[in-house]
Design a protein around this ligand. Structure first.
Ligand SMILES: NC(=O)c1ccc[n+]([C@@H]2O[C@H](COP(=O)([O-])OP(=O)(O)OC[C@H]3O[C@@H](n4cnc5c(N)ncnc54)[C@H](OP(=O)(O)O)[C@@H]3O)[C@@H](O)[C@H]2O)c1
Length: 289
């Protein structure tokens, strides 16, 4: 039997695929865009079209699958968007669903992950909720454009601190629980990186790594919203959810450091300095270094 990896082309999904394969597991990689899956995985693994908004894609995706990595695509801001798929899983013999949740979600009913966790728990499907802190990949992904083009970080987090984690480490945590489904059923893990950093610290580390002067701009929520919606053209629902998350971050909700990643995997998490060095090309325009 196989593990279904939803969002397999995404930040975490790609590493879940990689780590499960390292463990000798059979994997089926899912998404709505077949060309993205092919670009990443070629013909090396099975791929399947799965769209949470299209119930007609569920049956095929869950064929011969007994474990599922479930992620909520960031632009699906309503928890209800995932309900039909969770409901469908009830009729399949799923031994474990590992849901990519969010640090602190047990005390915060606003982000969609809260209701999704509760629904999974009520469904009776054995679960493991992985609750990570903010991803280091936010810097090398969505925010890299401003870093590369203007040497600035545009995130409305004030002076708050965040215990950033590498999505690769999240992928290893997810693969660990899926690999030993029985052992990890009905568990939750809050996983973070090794230290809590402000975006001023992040700017400093990136300045050293790139040998440029990268500045944290610390915009207001309004400036952030106007820029990402009107200039970058990002989805409004996505930007709204991130504002709620950065509001919580400003209140100190993202700074906790745990040792649960090491407990789960037996090794320490990557630091942001290591991440910056390993992903240096994501912060360069291709002309330097
Ligand atoms: N970023 C953070 O710091 C952070 C921290 C904690 C938790 N989280 C949570 O982690 C989750 C993933 O966030 P991310 O920003 O890293 O996203 P991501 O993995 O980049 O998300 C995009 C993925 O979703 C798939 N997808 C898009 N629409 C879909 C649909 N209708 N049905 C099925 N799959 C679909 C995409 O594949 P196709 O293009 O092939 O459809 C793609 O693989 C979110 O729930 C987020 O809230 C994020």
């Amino acid at each position: 039997m196989k593990s279904l990896v939803t969002g397999a082309s995404g930040n975490v999904g790609r590493y879940v695929v990689e780590e499960l394969r390292n463990m000798g597991e059979e994997v089926v990689a899912a998404g709505t865009d077949e060309s993205k899956l092919f670009k990443l995985f070629g013909n090396e693994i099975d791929t399947v079209i799965l769209d949470f908004k299209k119930p007609e894609t569920f049956k095929n995706a869950l064929q011969n699958v007994d474990r599922v990595f479930l992620m909520r695509p960031p632009h699906l801001g309503n928890p209800e968007d995932l309900y039909p798929f969770i409901d469908h899983m009830k009729s399949c013999d799923v031994k474990l669903v590992c849901f990519l949740s969010l640090m602190g979600i047990e005390k915060n009913p606003i982000p969609p992950h809260h209701k999704i966790e509760k629904l999974i728990e009520r469904s009776g499907i054995p679960y493991s909720h992985i609750r990570p802190g903010f991803f280091m990949q936010n810097l090398s992904g969505v925010h890299s454009k401003e870093i590369i083009e203007n040497n600035e970080i545009l995130i409305p987090a004030g002076k708050s601190k965040t215990s950033f984690i590498d999505a690769k480490d999240i992928g290893l945590s997810v693969a660990t629980v899926l690999h030993e489904a029985e052992k990890y059923k009905n568990t939750t893990y809050t996983i973070t990186g090794p230290e809590s950093l402000s975006y001023f610290d992040i700017a400093e580390i990136l300045s050293q790594a790139t040998e440029r002067n990268i500045i944290y701009r610390n915009p207001s929520f309004i400036k952030y919203w106007l820029y990402y919606v009107n200039i970058r053209g990002l989805d409004k629902q996505y930007v709204n959810v991130t504002i709620a998350l950065y509001f919580m971050t400003r209140m100190g909700a993202s700074k906790m450091v745990t040792n649960e990643f090491e407990q789960l995997t037996g090794r320490p998490p990557h630091s942001f300095k290591e991440f910056a060095a390993d992903n240096i090309d994501s912060f360069m325009d291709g002309k330097e270094k």
